[in-house]
Design a protein around this ligand. Structure first.
Ligand SMILES: [Zn+2]
Length: 331
C-alpha cells in the first residue's frame, strides 16, 4: 500500500498528505515483550515470539512478489500452516491484471474457524511484497526488491499466531482469517490499482459460514514506535469498531501504540472491503498524518526488513485482538 487518500469523488473522504521519505529515524529492535496482561483466564496468551517467527519465515522466502518462486512457496507455507490449525482453509486462486497490464497470479488464503457459528468477525492482512522500493531516498534502489518485513508479514504473523491459539481455545464467536494477495502492485494516481486480491475476495467470498459483522485489517503492525490512530476511512465506516479495539488496547496497557486520535485517510484493503461488502472494517496501521511522511520511515524502502519488526509491538496488537475476540460472546 498505498498513498494517502486524496479524497476524490470516487472515494468520498477527506485527508491529504504529501509524502517524503525520512530515513533518519531508525531504531533498534530492543523492546521487550510484555508479559501477558490478559486478565481473564479464558483468554489465551498471544506469544510475540511466535508471531515474530512467522514473520521471519515469510521474509526468508525472499520478496513475495507476484509471479515469483518466493511468492509461490510462501503461499504454500502459509496455507499449510493454517491447515495445521483448522481443516477449513480455502486458497482462492485467480489471475488479476496489474496497472501495467501484467497478468498476476493471485492467491487469497482464507481460514474459517468455527464455521457453525454464523456470528463472526474477520481479520485481514495482505501478504504480498511491493516489487519496488519507490519511496527509498536512494533512487538507484527504487527498482531493487526489498525484504518487506513489516509491510505484509507483520500482519500475517499476528494472524497466524491467532490461528494457533484458536486451534486450542474456542471463543464465543466465529473468526475468519484472510490473507490477501496482490495488495501492493499499485501506482499513485490510480487508487484502484492497489488491493487487487482484496477486490477479488470482496466480490467472491464464501458466505456459507455467515457474513462477518465487522472486520479488522492489519497493515504494518510490527514497527517499534508504531502509531496506530483513528484513520479517517475507518472512522467513516466503522467508528464503533475502532472504539472497541482501542479501548481493549488501553485496558491492556498499550496506549502508547493505540492512540485514539483521528488522522488522515489512506487507500488500503479496508476501503474496498467497506465499499464492496459493506462489512464495517477498520485499519490498524502505523500511520500518523502529522508525522513526516505519514507512514514509518521504512515504508516502501530497503529499511523495511526484520530490524523494523518488534516482538513487543506484535504482542500489543495480537493480544488486543485476542482479547476483543474472546470478549465477544455474541454479535
Ligand atoms: Zn505497502
Amino acid at each position: 500500500m498505498k498513498k494517502n487518500i486524496h479524497f476524490t469523488v470516487a472515494l468520498l473522504f477527506t485527508g491529504i498528505v504529501f509524502f517524503s521519505c525520512n530515513n533518519s529515524n531508525n531504531s533498534s529492535n530492543t523492546s521487550q515483550e510484555k508479559t501477558s496482561s490478559a486478565s481473564n483466564n479464558n483468554i489465551p496468551d498471544f506469544k510475540g515470539d511466535s508471531a515474530y517467527s512467522y514473520v521471519e519465515k515469510q521474509v526468508a522466502f525472499g520478496p513475495r512478489i507476484p509471479n515469483t518462486d518466493a511468492h509461490e512457496k510462501c503461499a504454500e507455507w502459509m496455507a499449510s500452516k493454517l491447515k495445521s490449525f483448522t481443516p477449513n482453509v480455502e486458497v482462492q486462486e485467480t489471475v488479476v491484471t496489474g496497472y501495467d497490464g501484467s497478468k498476476l497470479k493471485c492467491k487469497n488464503i482464507i481460514a474459517t474457524f468455527f464455521p457453525e457459528n454464523k456470528n463472526r468477525i474477520a481479520i485481514f492482512s495482505h501478504w504480498d511484497t511491493r516489487p519496488w522500493a519507490d519511496e527509498d531516498t536512494a533512487k538507484n534502489f527504487h527498482s531493487k526488491a526489498f525484504d518487506g518485513a513489516n509491510d505484509g508479514p507483520s500482519g500475517v504473523g499476528v494472524i497466524l499466531e491467532i490461528a494457533r491459539l484458536l486451534k486450542d481455545t474456542k471463543p464465543g464467536i466465529g473468526v475468519t482469517l484472510v490473507l490477501l494477495d496482490v495488495e501492493d502492485y499499485g501506482v499513485s494516481g490510480d487508487e484502484n490499482s492497489y488491493c487487487l486480491g482484496t477486490q477479488y475476495w470482496a466480490n467472491h467470498f464464501d458466505k456459507s459460514s455467515g457474513i462477518p459483522q465487522y472486520g479488522i485489517l492489519l497493515d504494518m503492525v510490527g514497527a517499534p514506535n508504531s502509531r496506530f490512530m483513528f484513520e479517517s476511512v475507518s472512522v467513516r465506516y466503522a467508528r464503533p469498531v475502532l472504539e472497541k479495539v482501542w479501548k481493549e488496547a488501553s485496558i491492556l496497557g498499550y496506549k502508547n501504540y493505540f492512540i485514539p486520535s483521528e488522522t488522515g485517510g489512506i487507500t488500503d484493503d479496508h476501503v474496498f472491503i467497506n465499499n464492496i461488502t459493506q462489512i464495517p472494517t477498520i485499519d490498524i496501521i502505523d500511520y500518523d498524518a502529522m508525522r513526516t511522511g505519514g507512514f514509518g520511515y521504512y515504508w516502501h524502502t530497503h529499511f523495511d526488513d526484520m530490524k523494523v519488526v518488534d516482538r513487543g509491538v506484535l504482542k500489543a496488537v495480537g493480544q488486543t485482538l485476542v482479547d476483543v475476540i474472546f470478549k465477544e460472546n455474541k454479535l
